[in-house]
Design a protein around this ligand. Structure first.
Ligand code: PLP
Length: 379
């Protein structure tokens, strides 16, 4: 026993207790496997040491495999939102014109961050529940002068819609060849095939608590040489999320901040598991999860919010039937059935509820959760 253990003999008596386990089906945070949970209890090491450098190398290598890129991958303490801020702060200057393709709440928030950094923001909005139409994006982009960047949400978690990126990045590159294409893949990367290099994406980011079977707290971002070139002249202020600085220190095997070491351990374990499963198998599992969830919900007579052509394989938004009190339904499911779903966001509050099926999820987990929902609806 160490001196510090002996000094705290009654510590356990006053410790807060762990919350009860549930069938936890939020679209983030998401459940974590026991092996990942256990890694959170590993002892601390120096984040400037050969041991940590080895973790950085393994984690970033495995992330490159899932991002399908040869670009550098950088990690920061923070949630998905810091991906928006890192993009805007690093690549642009006040007054720069950017177009934000928004299909829901998170697209709108990306635009708000750009406005907060004094960019000249032009929104290209689509009806919630729909994906972005490439031809419409092309037409709208043609009418905006001097576009320096185009922001796209890959998977709109508020509506359960996944944009089809290939036609979008293709028309964006055609119409505004010099603009940077930044994609928020917070709730899709690691679950849905998103080949960064093949799609010609300049900046791509995600968050640990979504498809990565890891707790919240790490943002993972990749930028290509075109984006790093833009950073040389971009004047927006940045410090914590400075990608150029981080690229320099990561290359030397350490981050430019004190790493949240436990989260790195956990992500390392999760990525090793995902790598063992294999990229294609992980993507196929999510297709199966999406199909199963939608079919089951429809067989209960429920209506789905997303246009089926763009239905997400990581999150499904379900339209509440007339007269359903969504808040009360979710509360009953949680308290009586230990099943946790998410409510609607923004203008969809009270109108939809959302079921996450990403990361550490198998059809059996979703089946159990949907069984409980079916019983409640019948009652
Ligand atoms: N972008 C998308 C698509 C999201 O789903 C979320 C969160 O749900 C975010 C950005 C913001 O991420 P965070 O809540 O981790 O800051």
């Amino acid at each position: 026993m160490t001196t510090s253990e002996q000094a705290q003999p009654n510590f356990a008596l006053t410790l807060p207790q762990a919350p009860a386990a549930t069938n936890f089906r939020l679209p983030g945070p998401t459940p974590i496997p026991p092996q990942v949970a256990a890694a959170g209890a590993w002892p601390m090491i120096n984040h400037r040491s050969p041991e940590f450098a080895a973790i950085i190398s393994r984690v970033t290598g495995n992330l490159q495999y899932f991002f399908q890129t040869s670009n550098t991958i950088l990690l920061f303490p923070g949630s998905g939102s810091s991906g928006w801020e890192a993009t805007v702060a690093n690549c642009f200057s006040p007054g720069d014109t950017v177009a934000v393709v928004s299909i829901g709440n998170f697209g709108d928030r990306f635009a708000l961050v750009a406005k907060a950094f004094n960019l000249d923001v032009h929104k290209i909005d689509f009806e919630w529940g729909q994906g972005a139409d490439a031809a419409v994006v092309a037409e709208k982009l043609k009418m905006i002068p001097n576009v320096r960047g185009v922001f796209v949400t890959h998977n709109e978690t508020s509506t359960g819609v996944t944009n089809i990126l290939a036609p979008l990045t293709q028309v964006i590159r055609q119409v505004v060849p010099d603009a940077l294409i930044a994609v928020d893949a917070v709730s899709s990367l690691g679950c849905v095939d998103t080949p960064m290099d093949a799609l010609d994406i300049d900046v791509l980011f995600t968050g640990s608590q979504k498809g990565w079977m890891t707790p919240p707290g790490l943002m993972m971002i990749s930028a290509n040489e075109r984006a790093f070139e833009a950073m040389k002249t971009a004047k927006n202020p940045r410090f914590i999320f400075d990608l150029q600085t981080a690229r320099g220190t990561f290359a030397k095997g350490n981050p430019p901040y004190t790493a949240p070491i436990s989260l790195w351990y956990q992500l390392d374990v999760a990525l090793t598991m995902m790598r063992a499963e294999g990229r294609d198998a992980v993507f196929a599992r999510h297709i199966e999860l999406g199909n199963y969830t939608r079919q089951r919900l429809q067989s209960m007579g429920l209506k789905l919010f997303a246009d089926p052509a763009y239905a997400s394989n990581t999150v499904t938004a379900v339209l509440a039937s007339d007269g359903t009190d969504v808040k009360a339904l979710l509360k009953t499911l949680k308290l009586e059935d230990t099943v946790v779903f998410a409510g609607g966001q923004g203008k969809l509050e009270g109108k939809v509820f959302r079921i996450g099926h990403m990361g550490y999820a198998h059809v059996e987990d979703i089946a159990e959760a949907l069984d409980a929902l079916e019983r409640r609806l019948q009652a």
